[in-house]
Structure formats: C-alpha cells, structure tokens
Design a protein around this ligand. Structure first.
Ligand SMILES: [Cu+2]
Length: 147
C-alpha cells in the first residue's frame, strides 16, 4: 500500500511538472493568411511578397527567410516631401488581436537574389522569425503561393 501511494505521488508530480512546462513553452497562436508572391520572368531577381498576420499576443517579427530566396528584407513604404520611398525595417511590431498586413503601398517583403523565375502556381516556403516579450524566439513556416 505504501509503495503504491508513493508511485501515485510520483506520477502526480510528473504530470504536474509536465503541465507547467507545456504552459511555459506554449507558442503563441499566430495565424498567417493570404501569403503570396508576385511572379517574375526571365532573369528578374527581385519580387515582393504580401500576407496578413494575426497573433493572440504582442510579438516582434525579426526576419523572414527562405531556402529559395537568398535575401528577404522587410520594407515599409513612406512618403517624404511628396516622394514615395521604401525603408528597410529591422523589426516589425505585431500587436496582439490586431491584423497586421503586408500589402501594396505599405509594409511588404522584398525578395532578392534568387535564381530562375518565380512561376505562377508554384509555392515558396517562407519562415518567419519572431520573438515575444520574454525575448523567446520561435519560427513559423508557411507556403506562399506565387501569383
Ligand atoms: Cu521594398
């Protein structure tokens, strides 16, 4: 009887520790939708990607990478003295419960240094790198459709 209860206690402690650890490691709930890339022709080695992001907690998007695309920069479009310019963003704040959009005329992803055309209908895997308030980093990969 005594050994049984000790085993039971061990099990309860283990289950409890497991619950705590999954709570701490739980990744935020991020939804990435409508991810797409503009198709290219011939030797073009520049394109743009758009998508919308939604997170249940505040996050910082630190970079986007892909095996297919050598360089991906996060850009913002700004107007300065009537001239439209693109600025590189080193990180982008994603506010919780608010849709953030990479869209034409606003924030966008600039795709550079890739080989061969990005053909309509194909998909490119993009990995988004985030960090949260506690400075913990994590990734989320998606397939962007070339249009
Ligand atoms: Cu740009």
């Amino acid at each position: 009887m005594k050994t049984l209860s000790r085993k039971l206690l061990k099990f309860i402690l283990f289950a409890f520790a497991f619950l705590i650890s999954t709570e701490i490691l739980a990744a935020p709930d991020i939804k990435i939708e409508n991810a797409w890339i503009a198709s290219t022709e011939g030797d073009d080695d520049m394109s743009v990607a758009y998508m919308s992001l939604f997170s249940n907690e505040d996050l910082i998007l630190t970079s986007v990478t892909s095996q297919r695309i050598k360089t991906i920069e996060m850009h913002n479009t700004i107007q300065e003295k009537g001239i439209i310019k693109m600025r590189m963003a080193h990180e982008i704040k994603i506010d919780h419960d608010k849709t953030f959009e990479f869209k034409s005329g606003g924030h966008h992803l600039m795709l550079m240094d890739f080989k061969g055309p990005l053909k309509a209908g194909q998909k490119v895997k993009l990995t988004l790198h985030f960090k949260d308030k506690k400075n913990q980093s994590f990734d989320k990969s998606i397939n962007a459709v070339i249009k």
